[in-house]
Ligand binder design. Sequence first.
Ligand code: SAM
Length: 194
Amino acid sequence: MTYNFNKEIYDYGHKFGVPISLNDTLTFLCDTINKHGCKQVLEIGTAIGYGSISISQNTCAEHIDTLEIDPERIKVAKDFLTKNNVKNVTIFEGNAINYLKTCTKKYDFVYMDGPKGQYPNYLPYILNLLNPNGILIADNLNFHGMVTGKIPITAGCRAMVKGLKKYIDLITTDKNLSTQILQIGDGLGVTIKK
Ligand SMILES: C[S@@+](CC[C@H](N)C(=O)[O-])C[C@H]1O[C@@H](n2cnc3c(N)ncnc32)[C@H](O)[C@@H]1O
């Protein structure tokens, strides 16, 4: 399926060096949400709203909650939401862990795209928020080749790579989960809560 992803947000991300999702990744996310009819979506890591606005404009999702810690990115994301008349995205400001620990809402689909080293710590909270048969997709499981050993791990990335390896181990060994690692974008972990 070919989707319309917002070129202005894409260009802004590239111009100002904001890490935004790859279009191949977003295409897979939108396909999955539409195929499974996911209505309530949670995204960890809003950045400037490229992912949440893409999901809002191209899927059957009714509402997208998204978590972001960086106030400047939140401001830009809010401006893009207003400019594009997107009404079904709510940004929760602050450290994602606070939301994950206190949230009582249930989700059909979670897109984990926040701090990579925290994925294993976030996992139990996310599984609590997911409905049965809910889908969790985690981005950057290859971490540009550092997780797979294709390129050497640089000093500043050690903790992130360690966290991602632990996360992969957790999602592939838990018998209550069904997981596939897909070579789409920078590596996607697709986990279904049984
Ligand atoms: C890869 S970007 C998200 C891209 C976005 N999902 C998209 O589709 O374009 C990751 C974001 O996570 C945010 N982040 C990092 N640590 C966080 C935390 N502890 N809580 C919430 N957001 C965090 C970063 O500020 C960054 O904007």
